[in-house]
Design a protein around this ligand. Structure first.
Ligand SMILES: [Zn+2]
Length: 385
C-alpha cells in the first residue's frame, strides 16, 4: 500500500514551515528529517558546508553494500520576496486539491512522499538499499551537492541508479540543458553630464554589449536545434543590471549578469567567445580613445552541466517501468542530474508537480501528483523486495 495522502500532507506542512530559502540555513529542516529517520532506526550521514550553516544528508535503508536506488532532492527553495501570495507561503494550505506553499512543487512535495514511504521501505525485506539524498544550494547553481557527490563510491555508497524528484508531472526526463552564468563589468570614466565627451559612459557600452548578446542569442536559435527541447535551441539572456550613481554624472561602472542555457551537444563557449571578440574589436578601441583605463571584463560565475542519460540507461528503464510510461522527455531547466550522471551514477528525473508552478507566487502541487508519486515509491519498494 502506498503511503497515505494525509501522512504526506502532514509531512509536507512541516517541511514547508521551514524557511529554507537558499540564502538561509537548512539545519532545522535537516534536523527534522534526521530525527524522523532516526525514529525508524535509520542513521543519516550529514555533510556540512564549509561554514557549517547548511548541510547535505545521506541516509540508507536496507542491506548495506554496493548499489541501491538513490532518491534525490534539494532542501532549499527560491525567495518569496517581491511575489504576491494569496496565503502565507510558509503555511501549507489546501484549496481545491492543490497544496499551496513555497517549495510544495520544487521540491518538498517529493521529499514528503519519500519520507512518508520510509515505513514502507523499512517494513520490506529489501534486496538492495534505498538511499535518501538531500542537498542544499541547488537553487544557487547546484553547488551544495558537489561535496556529497565527491564521496559517493568512497565513504558513501554509490547508488546503482539515482532518481531526482524534481517536478516533471511524474514524466520520465532523460535530458536537460546546461547553464553557464557570467557577470560582465564595464568600467568607463566619470564626467559631468554636461560634458559627456570627457567621460566613457559605462551604461551605454553595456547596452551595446547586451544588444550584441541578443543578436548572438538570435543566431543560436537557428544554428543548432533539437526539437526534444522547448525552446529547441541554446538561449542567452541577461538577468540583472546595475550601474551609475546619479542622472547628472556620466556613469563609470555598469555590471550585468547573464546566462547561456545550452543544448547538451552544443558548444557552451560560443556566446562568451563572440561577446569577447565584440568587446575587444568594436567597443574597447572607442572607449580607450577617451580613457586608457576603460575596460570590459567578463567573469564565468559557474556552470551546471547538461544532463543526457546514456543509451540503455538502467535509471531510465527503471523510471519507465515504475510510471508505466513508454517514452522519455527532455526539459530546458537544469537540475543536479547532470552532476550525478557525470559522477558515473545512471540518473533520471521524475517527480511530482509541474515546473510551471515552481518558483512562482502561489506555488502549489496537486494532491493527485503526490498520490502518483507515493504509488511510484510503493512500486519501487515492491520491485526491490
Ligand atoms: Zn528544484
Amino acid at each position: 500500500m502506498p503511503a497515505s495522502s494525509s501522512v504526506v500532507q502532514e509531512l509536507l506542512a512541516k517541511l514547508v514551515a521551514f524557511d529554507t530559502t537558499s540564502a538561509k540555513s537548512n539545519l532545522k529542516l535537516i534536523e527534522f528529517v534526521s530525527t524522523y529517520l532516526g525514529g525508524y532506526g535509520i542513521a543519516a550521514t550529514l555533510i556540512p558546508a564549509p561554514d557549517g550553516a547548511k548541510v547535505n544528508l545521506f541516509a540508507s535503508i536496507g542491506p548495506a553494500g554496493k548499489g541501491g536506488i538513490g532518491l534525490s532532492g534539494h532542501s532549499d527553495c527560491v525567495p518569496v520576496e517581491g511575489q504576491t501570495w494569496s496565503s502565507d507561503p510558509f503555511a501549507l494550505q489546501l484549496r481545491d486539491g492543490q497544496l499551496y506553499g513555497r517549495g510544495t512543487c520544487d521540491m518538498k512535495g517529493f521529499l514528503a512522499c519519500v519520507l512518508a514511504s520510509v515505513p514502507l521501505f523499512t517494513s520490506r525485506p529489501l534486496k538492495e538499499p534505498v538511499h535518501i539524498i538531500l542537498s542544499y544550494d541547488e537553487e544557487a547553481g547546484c553547488t551544495g551537492v558537489r561535496p556529497l557527490i565527491a564521496r559517493l563510491g568512497h565513504d558513501l555508497p554509490r547508488p546503482r541508479v539515482i532518481i531526482v524528484g524534481e517536478p516533471t508531472n511524474m514524466a520520465v526526463i532523460d535530458a536537460h540543458k546546461r547553464i553557464d552564468a557570467y557577470r560582465t563589468t564595464v568600467t568607463g570614466r566619470e564626467a559631468h553630464s554636461s560634458l559627456p565627451r570627457l567621460g566613457v559612459n559605462a551604461i551605454s557600452f553595456a547596452a551595446e554589449l547586451i544588444e550584441e548578446l541578443d543578436r548572438i542569442g538570435a543566431k543560436l536559435s537557428t544554428s543548432e536545434t533539437n526539437d526534444r527541447f522547448d525552446p529547441p535551441a541554446s538561449t542567452v539572456q541577461v538577468g540583472t543590471i546595475e550601474g551609475g550613481t546619479a542622472p547628472n554624472i556620466v556613469p563609470k561602472t555598469c555590471k550585468f549578469q547573464w546566462q547561456v542555457r545550452s543544448l547538451p551537444d552544443a558548444d557552451p563557449k560560443v556566446a562568451p567567445e563572440r561577446i569577447k571578440v565584440f568587446a575587444e574589436e568594436k567597443l574597447r578601441p572607442r572607449m580607450r580613445v577617451v580613457a586608457r583605463t576603460a575596460s570590459i571584463e567578463t567573469l564565468h560565475q559557474g556552470s551546471v552541466p547538461a544532463f543526457l542519460a546514456k543509451p540503455g540507461s538502467e535509471a531510465v528503464a527503471l523510471a519507465l517501468a515504475l510510471t508505466h510510461a513508454n517514452a522519455t522527455r527532455a526539459v530546458s531547466y537544469a537540475t543536479e542530474a547532470g552532476l550525478f550522471e557525470e559522477a558515473g551514477c545512471p540518473t533520471v528525473i521524475c517527480g511530482p508537480g509541474d515546473i510551471e508552478q515552481a518558483h512562482a507566487a502561489d506555488e502549489f502541487v496537486t494532491t493527485a501528483q503526490l498520490d502518483a508519486c507515493t504509488a511510484f515509491l510503493a512500486k519501487l519498494a515492491e520491485l526491490l523486495s
